[in-house]
Design a protein around this ligand. Structure first.
Ligand code: NAD
Length: 440
């Protein structure tokens, strides 16, 4: 496999629909790291190590030294938004990063100006932006394709990837027009309102063979039509919804409780946040999309249908409340009712004072770098090994997603080992103590 991976030479363009809090925190962060004034903490590709071979070999290289990823110095950013603010202005508005840090990279940020968005207000009613393209859905898709090609040429990029960081779109379920590429293309031509703006970007990218990752919980590439297109153009896709904050904690904690066969009778999660994401999620239709994405996680990890005594009666409730004074500093509370030996009850309380975009930005970076690697390694379609980063991982229809963060990490690391021709690691380790042939 290793010999088939194209090298990461030249520039990588990361194009982002939605230059809001997450995107500007990502861009500012990468520029700050490039200047040597910050560290890429939270990014597995930049900071993480991977074990290779047997433990006695002591081989633990950094992931970025093991697999051929684009160098941060070779990244160029661009994107689209329904507001005209350049990335410096948008970063100041988002108030995630300190003004002093943003000022230190002002020239780099100022020159990134959003292209006009492919937008439909019905999908995010609380937004009032006017920096939008006009035309039918087919025309918008054609324009987005032209934007991608112009950006690539103007910036001398070798490769492009798209990462959706746009607002969460309203909840909708896939219908007939999403079931095949032919039906989808017909619907595009008919300007069908059930094609969401995020699908327009995804379609345009995939048509050009440009990888697409979805950081929000809306459907987007998670429909048969776009999976079909991704296979047709040999393009990797990943989604959906960056795994940050409360869900990150859930997928860390729940596997631990389940590992010890501790029962759970209730898990109540509530959040307050005051950024623009919170404003959009204040609309019940948009919240529903997020709720569905967050709810599945516990069920997938605990498997109540097979562990009825422990998880059969679990009451799981999630609330998100828009609270402007907290801005991007989301605060979450979890009350977990658990029970142990002989059914004795206990409680766990978590109060996470998190910074949403600080957790999301390195995920967006890693997804962009890994999905570019996948393209160069000739992988196409759904990249389930990237579910480590996602709240609601896209899988083959009928295949249950893996939400346990530790299994997700193992899957990711084994995929990298496989790509590079290294032995997969099973953690068996019996051979350190006895002759394995005898054991078998
Ligand atoms: N912040 C996190 O930790 C986190 C975690 C998981 C998922 N997400 C998701 O990531 C997305 C971005 O979050 P954020 O906090 O940056 O939100 P944000 O509101 O700050 O930014 C989103 C931006 O997208 C723009 N936008 C909306 N529709 C668009 C379109 N059709 N084309 C181009 N631009 C469009 C908006 O104008 C806005 O500037 C949201 O969907 C959010 O749910 C965020």
């Amino acid at each position: 496999m290793k010999d088939n991976i194209q090298p990461a030479k030249g520039k990588l363009g990361i194009l982002i629909p939605g230059l809001g809090a997450v995107a500007t925190t990502l861009i500012a962060g990468v520029e700050a790291v490039k200047k040597g004034i910050s560290q890429p903490i939270g990014s597995l590709t930049q900071m993480g190590h991977i074990r290779l071979g047997k433990r006695t070999e002591n081989r633990y290289p950094k992931i970025k030294d093991f697999v051929p990823l684009a160098d941060l110095n070779d990244i160029v950013f661009g994107g689209w938004d329904v507001y005209e603010d350049n990335v410096y202005e948008a970063a100041m508005l988002a108030k995630v990063l300190e003004p002093g840090l943003i000022a230190a990279i002002k020239p780099e940020l100022e020159k990134i100006k959003p292209m006009k968005a492919a937008f439909d207000k019905n999908y995010a009613k609380n937004l009032v932006g006017t920096h939008v393209k006009q035309g039918t859905r087919q025309q918008l898709a054609d324009e987005v394709m032209a934007d991608i090609e112009n950006f690539k040429a103007q910036n001398g990029c070798d490769r492009i990837v798209l990462v959706w960081c746009g607002s969460t779109e309203i909840y909708y379920e896939a219908s007939e027009i999403h079931q095949s590429l032919a039906a989808f293309e017909q619907a595009l031509a008919n300007d069908d309102k059930f094609i969401s703006p995020s699908m327009i970007y995804a379609y345009a990218a995939l048509k050009l063979g440009v990888p697409f990752a979805n950081g929000a919980p809306n459907l987007t590439v998670d429909i048969p039509a776009l999976v079909e297109l991704s296979k047709q153009t040999n393009t990797p896709i990943a989604g959906k919804d960056f795994k940050t904050g409360q869900t990150l904690m859930k997928t860390i904690l729940a596997p631990g409780l389940a590992a010890r066969s501790l029962g759970i009778s209730g898990w109540f999660s509530t959040n307050i946040l005051g950024n623009r994401d919170g404003l959009v999620l204040d609309d019940p239709d948009n919240f529903k999309t997020k709720e569905v994405s967050k709810l599945g996680v516990l069920e997938d990890i605990l498997r109540p249908e097979e562990n009825h005594e422990l998880y059969g009666d679990i009451f799981h409730k999630i609330r998100i409340n828009y609270y402007p004074p907290h801005g991007d500093n989301k605060e979450s509370w979890d009350n977990i009712d658990i029970f142990g030996w002989l059914g004795y009850k206990m409680q766990i309380k978590i109060n996470f004072l998190c910074r949403d975009s600080i957790l999301a930005a390195p995920i967006a970076l890693d997804l962009a770098l890994f999905i570019d690697l996948a393209k160069r390694a000739e992988m196409s379609g759904i990249q389930e090994w990237l579910s480590f980063y996602l709240k609601s991982p896209q899988t083959l229809p009928g295949l249950r997603p893996e939400n346990d963060i530790f299994k997700q990490l193992m899957k990711l690391q084994n995929t990298l080992r496989h790509l590079m021709g290294e032995d997969l690691i099973t953690h068996l380790g019996l051979d350190y103590y006895q002759d394995l042939v005898e054991v078998l």
